[in-house]
Design a protein. Structure first.
Ligand code: HEM
Length: 260
């Protein structure tokens, strides 16, 4: 089933009868499959609540304003080449400083983390990350990586020098979300439900003139950070990291980022 309406999407995300599609539990220790079986994102019930609590406690120790300042400073230091900055700043705040290892291993492991695609490269990346940090920190780095970089890329497509970073990020999250859908399993029927976040964020019953990219809209009830039982626990951190990069890249006196 495909859900496109905002109200129905929120109802499914708030209903414990809908759970993330289960992941296999028999992966060899230290592999991507093993990691996916350990994390909050793919677990349910009490297990999910306990694992999520560990993450929210870790996140509570990080100051979004400090993440933002650090992301700006690192982007300026790298002459506008911001790719990898959100991960490096988040990792450093979590006590992990090996930026060369992170720059390779986080993208390599993150690609399969959400999709479940198991490759030798992803397994090797997970093994390398486990030499640096435990599962909760790795979870935060892998969850944050693609969505935060995707948000910055989309914001830079929509905005330009002089735009207010927050306004640009809010409307980009609604109009052009880096995470475009999420899935649930209906435990009563066995049916898989796909929630189309792009469609829900453009529901005309909730957003006036929804197709229009409008910087004046502010932070409305978009569903890009999820909702209900297991929303993103780090929207403030994600926004701070992205805004810090934009502070550097969109400042009128700075040069645009180097093309890659
Ligand atoms: C623009 C950036 C981000 C977006 C759009 C985003 C979005 C989301 C969404 C939609 C979910 C829920 C998925 C679902 O309900 O199926 C989620 C979960 C999660 N996100 Fe984010 N996220 C972002 C950045 C981050 C960052 C930077 C971190 C870490 C600091 C993070 C950590 C997590 C974690 C740990 C979960 C799993 C929560 C749980 O299992 O209860 N996210 N995110």
């Amino acid at each position: 089933m495909l859900i496109i309406r905002h109200t129905e999407a929120r109802a499914v995300l708030a209903d414990p009868a809908y759970v993330p599609p289960p992941v296999r539990q028999d992966g060899a220790e230290g592999t991507l499959a093993w990691l996916r079986a350990q994390v909050s994102r793919f677990s349910t019930g009490e297990t999910h609540a306990g694992r999520r609590r560990v993450l929210t406690e870790l996140l509570a120790g990080l100051e979004p304003a400090e993440l933002r300042r650090a992301a700006t400073a690192m982007t300026v230091e790298r002459d506008g080449d911001w790719h990898g900055v959100p991960t490096a700043v988040l990792a450093s705040a979590l006590g992990v400083e090996d930026s060369a290892l992170l720059a390779d291993a986080v993208p390599a492991a993150a690609s399969g983390y959400l999709s479940g695609e198991e490759t030798p490269e992803a397994d090797a990346a997970v093994a390398r990350l486990l030499t640096l940090a435990g599962v909760p920190v790795i979870t935060l780095l892998l969850q944050g990586y693609a969505a935060t970089e995707g948000l910055i890329e989309a914001a830079l497509r929509h905005g330009g020098p002089g735009d207010d970073p927050e306004a640009l990020l809010y409307e980009t999250l609604r109009h052009d979300p880096p995470l475009r859908a999420t899935r649930r399993l209906d435990t009563r029927t066995g049916e898989t439900v796909t929630i189309d976040l792009v469609a829900a964020n453009r529901d005309p019953g909730v957003f006036a003139d929804p197709e229009r990219f409008d910087l004046a809209r502010g932070c409305g009830p978009h569903l890009t950070f999820g909702s209900g039982i297991r929303p993103c626990p780090a929207p403030g951190h994600a926004l701070a990291l992205a805004a810090g990069v934009l502070d550097a890249v969109l400042a009128p006196h700075r040069t645009p980022p180097r093309p890659r």
